[in-house]
Ligand binder design. Structure first.
Ligand code: SF4
Length: 510
């Protein structure tokens, strides 16, 4: 039994969460923070928290080696800090289960992707029992959005619309670890968005592994019956358009297989849905797409882009591409280069394929040698960079609307600029004066003119016009003025803390 001193009982235990992987994990970490704060923990300000939580990713290369390396580094810290606890959750925990406590017996808690709500109880149980607690649920116990959440940004938020995925892409471990797709009911989602907007949030990103399959996984939790509505995602986008005060709506990631024209129409006809689409291509070779078990072909993919651009000529389209999938030949790769050029991507997240244990592709024959993968990656990078630059050049001298954000421009202080995102999600560094009366706050919105294009950002050195002090900017200001008072949690509702960059990277990746 551990002894609790009276001093300990008066001092709240502190926590730190280390998050790896996609937005899904980042958003889960907001929930873990909310759960811990609800249970009386406070976020650690210094380097030695009482509880360290690893929210892991199984998708990244060498994810397990990196985790065990970090756990090893933490062991002497824990030895020198009586009462410290270490918890491991997320996809790697779901995959490795007890292996984690076998390999790192100083870990106190292991929990999975389906039972993140158990973390505080497991920590307490481990403390009282003085032994590791491993609890991995094999299916979702309840939709995680009903858990308390400590949001990181006062003006931008992610909102989960679904968890899990019904696809079986052969390079991806997500379906095995996150389970079948479960969709949240529209009323709950819209209720959460309205509550966020009431608190100052003005940009939301709808989050799911495959957002445009939304509606096919509606589940009655009482009977476990599933029933579908294929038009549900387009309806959801249109319903977002009716929410007063919601300035910008984005979503990530859609699957080309499920992309329907009603979604394009909803995007084009709903003014607060932004002209931006992140849609993973993965390969331009139909042969490789088939081996990846991605059931669209490059012609369909390009056709969707054509229709999106016909409806929204200003749309910026970004993608994910994997180079060197098993069996990829030079001719397959040449197809990817051609499609990448034709698609005119504003930006591409390109990945070098590497074996992810547990995926079908891991045991496929004809793994491409690493040096070939690296060389192809380099060639693709040159193509996508050149295309992104050409696309950005078209914006020079154009007027754009920017929503300013914290943490988007590393050199802002030195360059006297502030950074934010245009409506199409392009990163814009804007010259601003020092006069606080004329200076935007993160969350504020203004117009500016692009004076210089680079491959991955735009500069606007002519200052701002039409500066709008927004409720999001007010919420950011309130968080600065009273950081602790606003860092609260609620049931599935936002709190306020230090804002991260506006979300932009995809949720469903290789
Ligand atoms: S890559 Fe995306 S769509 Fe494919 S299985 Fe993984 S999560 Fe699902």
């Amino acid at each position: 039994m551990s002894q609790t001193t009276s001093a300990e009982s008066r001092t709240p235990r502190t926590y730190e969460i280390r998050t790896h992987g996609c937005q899904m994990n980042v958003h889960d970490s907001e929930r873990l923070s909310g759960l811990l704060e609800d249970a009386g923990y406070v976020r650690a300000a210094q380097s030695e928290p009482d509880v360290v939580v690893f929210n892991t990713c199984a998708v990244r290369e060498n994810a397990d080696n990196k985790l065990y390396g970090s756990l090893g580094n933490l062991r002497p810290v824990k030895d020198a800090h009586p009462g410290m606890q270490i918890a491991v959750g997320g996809c790697l925990a779901q995959k490795d289960k007890e292996t984690i406590t076998d390999r790192a017996p100083w870990v106190d808690v292991v929990f999975g992707t389906h039972n993140i709500g158990s973390l505080p109880v497991l920590l307490e149980r481990a403390r009282i029992a003085e032994e590791a607690q491993v609890e991995i649920a094999e299916a979702l116990e309840r939709f995680p959005s009903t858990l308390p959440t400590r949001r990181d940004s006062p003006y931008a938020a992610w909102v989960s619309i679904s968890v899990g995925c019904n696809n079986t892409c052969t390079f991806c471990i997500v379906p095995a670890l996150r389970g079948k797709e479960v969709d949240r009911r529209p009323g709950e989602i819209l209720g959460e968005i309205r509550a966020l907007v009431d608190q100052g949030v003005q940009e939301i990103t709808l989050l799911g592994q495959n957002v445009n399959a939304y509606g096919t996984g509606f589940t009655d939790f009482a009977t476990t019956d599933r029933f579908g509505d294929r038009a549900a995602f387009a309806k959801l986008l249109r319903a977002c358009g009716d929410i007063d005060g919601l300035e910008r709506v984005r979503f990530t990631s859609p699957h080309p297989k499920d992309f329907t024209d009603d979604v394009i129409a909803a995007m084009a006809e709903t003014p607060n849905v932004m002209p931006q689409l992140h849609m993973p291509l993965q390969s331009g070779s139909d042969r490789v797409l088939k081996a990846m078990r991605r059931s669209y072909r490059s012609e369909r993919y390009l056709g969707i882009l054509e229709r999106v651009r016909a409806a929204m000529p200003e749309a910026a389209i970004t993608t994910d591409i994997i180079v060197g999938f098993p069996g990829e030949t030079e001719a397959d790769f040449a197809d990817t280069l051609v499609v990448a050029e034709q698609a005119r991507f504003a930006s591409s997240y390109t990945f070098q394929y590497s074996i992810r244990p547990g995926t079908p592709a891991a045991t496929m024959p004809d793994q491409v040698p690493a040096e070939v993968v690296a060389e192809r990656y380099q060639r693709l990078d040159e193509v996508v960079k050149a295309t992104a630059y050409e696309e950005n050049l078209r914006l020079e001298d154009r007027r754009v609307e920017v929503m300013f954000a914290d943490g988007e421009g590393r050199k802002d202080a030195a360059t006297h600029r502030m950074s934010g995102r245009a409506r199409d999600n392009r990163l814009v560094h804007v010259a601003v004066g020092e006069d606080p009366a004329l200076r935007p706050r993160p969350g504020d919105i203004a117009h500016t003119v692009i004076t210089h294009a680079a491959p991955y950002h735009l500069n606007a050195d002519a200052g701002v016009t039409d500066l709008r002090r927004t409720r999001g900017g007010d919420a950011w200001q309130a968080a600065q003025d009273q950081p602790t008072a606003t860092g609260t949690v609620g049931l599935g509702m936002p709190g306020v803390g230090a804002p991260p960059p506006v979300p932009m990277t995809p949720g469903c990746r290789a």
